[in-house]
Design a protein around this ligand. Sequence first.
Ligand code: NAP
Ligand code: 12T
Length: 341
Amino acid sequence: MSEKRVNVAVAGATGAVGNQMLASLAERNFPIRSLKLLASKKSVGRMIRFQGDLFPVEELKEDSFKGMDIALFSAGTGTSEYFAPFAAKDGCVVVDNSNAWRMDPDVPLVVPEVNAYAIKDYTSKGIIANPNCSTIQMVVALWPIHQKYKIKRVVVSTYQAVSGTGKKAIDELLDQTRAMINFLKIERNVYPHRIAFNCLPHIDKFQENGYTKEEIKMVRETKKIMGDDSIAVTATTVRVPVFYGHSESVNVETHEPISAEDVKALLKAASGVKVVDDPANNAYPMAIDAAGQDLTLVGRIRDDESIPNHGVNMWVVADNIRKGAATNAIQIAEMLIKDYI
Ligand code: NAP
Ligand code: 12T
């Protein structure tokens, strides 16, 4: 990284993603000149430690971004929708983690391993969108396959951790688990049903066509990031009682002939990917191994024998708060600094 240093604002600094943003900024030695922590009014008065110093949490306001260079947003869709344009107006580039701007044709939707070139389009609105966590890890694994074999169709089912919903959901799984093993009454606030010892085929809101918004995000975002509307994608997204790490069963059909052996070799050389695939030794990607690190783990790579020579199945796992949110956003910010601001 160059000597350039920047003024950084973190909007949503008290949340699950915001927390990881701060940890990752420190871990990666991000070139910070000054740091401003923003959250809602109710957090004003809190102090948060960053690299040994205490920083006050300030209320997010329209004029919070004066003099700032980069704002990392993870404070909810409505908050981003309203506040990101104020940051952009003051010359502060926004990297947004919410769903507010992802499908805006004037906002680049970026996963650095796939379409880093799109970052340059930030100049149009001053905003860059971070994709949905489930989309990010899937396209990291799909992109090398698409470049070589041209993907025709993807069928994905997800097994998503509760941390994707935020701090309250992490507490809910912990509280319900504790209550279950002590035969106490189960409280339920975040999800419509018990999540402890259960699976819910329901992430984000249901839409008129019977799909959830999370499923629709995966379809649309995948096409936008890979720059190819011809790829057919269909998704089923499921919440599972896991704290950190989303897992995905991904079935891929290609136009060009493909084999599991080729895909293993290809993904071993792919950036951001770690192939964990040694069934004889019970080695495959697991949420407990993906959590706490930044790579996307891919394994169980095998031929789909129902589409001879044109299909593979794989199991893709990543830390949804790191690569699925904070790490991806910070990678984008690092590229912005290096090449553009
Ligand atoms: P969380 O743990 O519930 O934290 C929410 C954060 O937003 C807190 O810092 C909260 O501040 C702040 N906030 C809420 N309303 C605000 C307001 N009106 N003004 C200022 N700050 C406000 O949630 P999270 O998991 O960190 O998620 C936060 C955001 O990140 C969401 O937009 C979510 O869509 C996005 N996200 C994206 C991905 C992804 O797929 N890339 C993954 C997870 C989350 P207080 O503590 O003061 O309330
Ligand atoms: N509902 O960023 O609940 O669009 O796991 C990310 C995670 C939305 C998003 C979740 C969600 C997003 C979740």
